[in-house]
Design a protein around this ligand. Sequence first.
Ligand SMILES: O=P(O)(O)OC[C@H]1O[C@H](O)[C@H](O)[C@@H](O)[C@@H]1O
Length: 260
Amino acid sequence: MQAIFKTPKAIRGGIPLCFPQFGGLGTLDQHGFARNRFWAIDDDPPPFPTNTLSKAFVDLILKPSEEDTKIWPHSFEFRLRIALGPGGDLMLTSRIRNTNSEGKPFSFTFAYHTYFSVSDISEVRVEGLETLDYLDNLQNKERFTEQGDALTFESEVDKIYLSTPTKIAIIDHEKKRTFVVRKDGLPDAVVWNPWDKKAKALADFGDDEYKHMLCVEAAAIEKPITLKPGEEWKGRLELSAVPSSYCSGQLDPQRVLLGS
Ligand SMILES: O=P(O)(O)OC[C@H]1O[C@H](O)[C@H](O)[C@@H](O)[C@@H]1O
């Protein structure tokens, strides 16, 4: 792995949070500043309206520094709960609140930039995005419609799928493992693999590492979120890994496991 963990840049991998801007869609640096900041432990988070069953969690908080306010002149509180379910599921809940005191609303775009580890990108299939419209980042964000088949990969891909379902499956044939992405409040989904040429150009990415990764990013991009002072937005991501046989062709492993 050639990922570099050195401030002030986010490590390549894991789940960087793109906020308050996805990609280059604004005046900030690529993907906004949240992924490059140190977060604090949130000792006393406001209660969650819906109870998560998990008892294993940590609450983090990000508030803008003076430097941040210079490049993005808004006050906010970004609370992140990272929770692990009993079966190893990972649940991330982001709550972003506008704390501007002088009555100013703000807008942002957002993504959980999830890197999935796969055995061989040419053998991977993604279900849940077929027939949807997408913006192609490799073609000036032109809008196209995806074909009816599950997605497969044989070259660079960088697409923003629009109005996506709440569940997406990443099926890894070789490992016989399926990642299930469940999301809420995040209508879009970015699919990214740099492939060979771009991989070579990225300093923190091994030349061949593109073969073993795929980003599927739950996001809110096409329609930016606008918050008035005092308003809060919530975006939830849930990731689980299940044996592929439980999942192919249908996206609710829980129901299959329970035999219903
Ligand atoms: O290199 P980064 O800033 O981490 O971005 C990595 C990638 O993120 C997203 O998937 C974007 O859609 C891509 O255009 C970008 O190349």
